[in-house]
Write a protein that binds this ligand. Structure first.
Ligand code: FE
Ligand code: FE
Ligand code: ZN
Length: 284
């Protein structure tokens, strides 16, 4: 299993500090934002301490290949109503692809976007042209479109919608990130994880599943809310999440926790330990 968590990155040590945190949580993988997720302001690539991070990881037989990058939230390729938002989103995504490649990370997770009021068909068409415009000829990373909870006007709440996006870009440079909280909130019952995975395989293809976000959910099945909960404290529950983490078909896929902090403290070391040992401990 390749289990890890979201980790922040900040000055002065940037990626070096992130991977030190990752190792301290006993994580095999991690996910970072290359700057604040709400905005597009980014420090230059040469300040990120990428070389130092790789040297540090080498001691543990790991590399920047075990890092997943998450694109900033303000990218919205589905917005057909505001041409400036769309153009800025393409520009931001292209920059983030370059940063992901510079880090040496294989995957960039991206929220497909919200169609605002234009309808999902128009939104998805816009996402496809945005992706095609942003993709680089020499690009190495795979952009992983995340499954969405379907709050507001989010596109990508069904496997069919995600397939339309993958088809639209001819399955080039593209994959999917499955978020357990989001699919649960979108109405997929993870108590039947085998059948959800079969459905994913039938509609999208398991080969395109590149990253899993493992989160519990504060809300009931199909609630379309998107509020993450700590492992074992929500509506999905520990047993299901633990069986997903140990699923043989997911053994090579980075599984990333994005659960909330407890008393301003990251809970990841405990949650990783619980999932590895299959033994739930109440940490709240
Ligand atoms: Fe996300
Ligand atoms: Fe997520
Ligand atoms: Zn979420």
């Amino acid at each position: 299993m390749r289990l890890g968590c979201h980790i922040s990155m900040s000055s002065p040590d940037y990626l070096l500090k992130s991977v030190q945190d990752m190792i301290s949580y006993d994580a095999d993988v991690c996910m970072i934002y290359t700057g604040p997720p709400q905005n597009g302001r980014r420090v230059s690539i040469d300040k990120l301490k990428i070389k130092e991070a790789n040297e540090y990881l080498n001691q543990y037989s790991r590399s920047c290949f075990d890092i997943v990058v998450h694109a900033p939230y303000l990218i919205n390729l589905a917005n057909t109503l505001n041409p400036t938002t769309f153009a800025n989103s393409v520009e931001l995504l292209r920059n983030e692809i370059k940063r992901t490649d510079a880090i040496g990370s294989p995957y960039l997770v991206l929220h497909p976007g919200s169609h605002v009021n234009a309808g999902c068909t128009a939104g998805i068409k816009s996402i496809i042209s945005g992706l095609k415009e942003a993709f680089l000829q020499e690009q190495k990373c795979v952009v992983c479109i995340e499954t969405m909870a379907g709050k507001g006007s989010e596109c990508g709440k069904t496997f069919e919608e995600l397939r339309s996006i993958l088809e639209g870009v001819d399955y080039q440079h593209i994959g999917v990130c499955l978020d357990t909280c989001h699919v649960h909130d979108a109405g997929y019952d993870l108590h039947n994880f085998e059948s959800v995975l079969n459905e994913f395989d039938r509609i999208i293809g398991l080969d395109y599943l590149k990253v899993v976000h493992l989160n519990d959910s504060k809300n009931t099945l199909g609630a379309h809310k998107d509020r993450h909960e700590n492992i074992g404290h929500g509506e999905i529950g520990f047993d299901i999440l633990c069986s997903i983490a140990h699923h043989p078909l997911l053994k090579d896929i980075p599984i990333i926790l994005e659960t909330p902090y407890i008393n301003n403290f990251p809970p990841y070391k405990d949650e990783i330990q619980m999932l590895r040992s299959k033994h739930f401990i109440n940490i709240k």
